[in-house]
Design a protein around this ligand. Structure first.
Ligand SMILES: C[S@@+](CC[C@H](N)C(=O)[O-])C[C@H]1O[C@@H](n2cnc3c(N)ncnc32)[C@H](O)[C@@H]1O
Length: 210
């Protein structure tokens, strides 16, 4: 692939279609956040904003970050239409070089993947863990492999297991509890319309209250 920055790649990707993702929140976020007391949330790589909007509708105040201005404009329109525009702070950042300040009750990174090896995902996820307030939750959802309709997609991207993500976070002993770690399947529609099963993984951790 020709070398482009994450911003160029994702702006181009989002500009190709009126909508890239389903508009629905990620099922694992819904499962894992539904029982949490709403507070402040940070959504890393928020894309078109479905997770951020879902959280805001449930009473969270959300900071939602993405490298793509195209995605963020779309996400902000979605939030306005849902009546929660004032509950979400949309921030365009390259998380490889800049990370939002502060701590949050929930930090979520759902499919924070980018083609190639340019995205320093491990470091971003360590920053994500550092941004979790005492008693708060870190949720990392990722793909376990390439899409079943294109097994050769992005051969240079390493997709870690949930166990590898946990290890790479280098968390101090005794300060975190693992609430969920492992693979799950979900049904996805391929670009040609075929309905296929895809394997993803999820890691949910709680920082112990201080
Ligand atoms: C696979 S999409 C997932 C979008 C959304 N979280 C979801 O689950 O639908 C990955 C997102 O990460 C964003 N992204 C990729 N590299 C990034 C970077 N360096 N900094 C911030 N966002 C980035 C992309 O723009 C894209 O919206």
């Amino acid at each position: 692939m020709e070398h482009t920055t994450d911003r160029e790649f994702w702006d181009a990707r989002y500009s190709e279609h009126e909508r890239v993702w389903s508009g629905e929140p990620n099922a694992v976020l819904v499962e894992e956040a539904a029982g949490l007391e709403p507070g402040t949330a940070l959504d890393l790589g928020c894309g078109e904003g479905a997770d951020a909007v879902w959280l805001a509708r449930r009473g969270w105040r959300v900071t939602a970050v993405d490298v793509s201005g195209v995605a963020l404009e779309r996400a902000a329109r979605h939030a306005e239409a849902a009546g929660v525009g004032d509950r979400i702070d949309w921030q365009r950042r390259d998380l490889g070089t800049s990370f939002p300040e502060g701590t949050y009750d929930l930090v979520s990174a759902a499919f924070l993947h980018s083609p190639g090896e340019g995205l320093p995902r491990e470091r971003i996820l360590r920053d994500a863990a550092a941004a979790v307030a005492p008693g708060g939750v870190l949720l990392v959802i990722g793909h376990a492999g390439p899409p079943p309709w294109d097994p050769d997609a992005h051969p240079d991207a390493h997709l870690p297991t949930a166990e590898e993500v946990l290890k790479s976070l280098e968390l101090p002993e005794g300060e975190w509890d693992v609430l969920r770690m492992g693979e799950h399947e979900r049904v996805q529609t391929a670009p040609d319309g075929r309905v296929m099963t895809r394997t993803d993984n999820a890691l949910k951790l709680r920082r112990r209250p201080s």
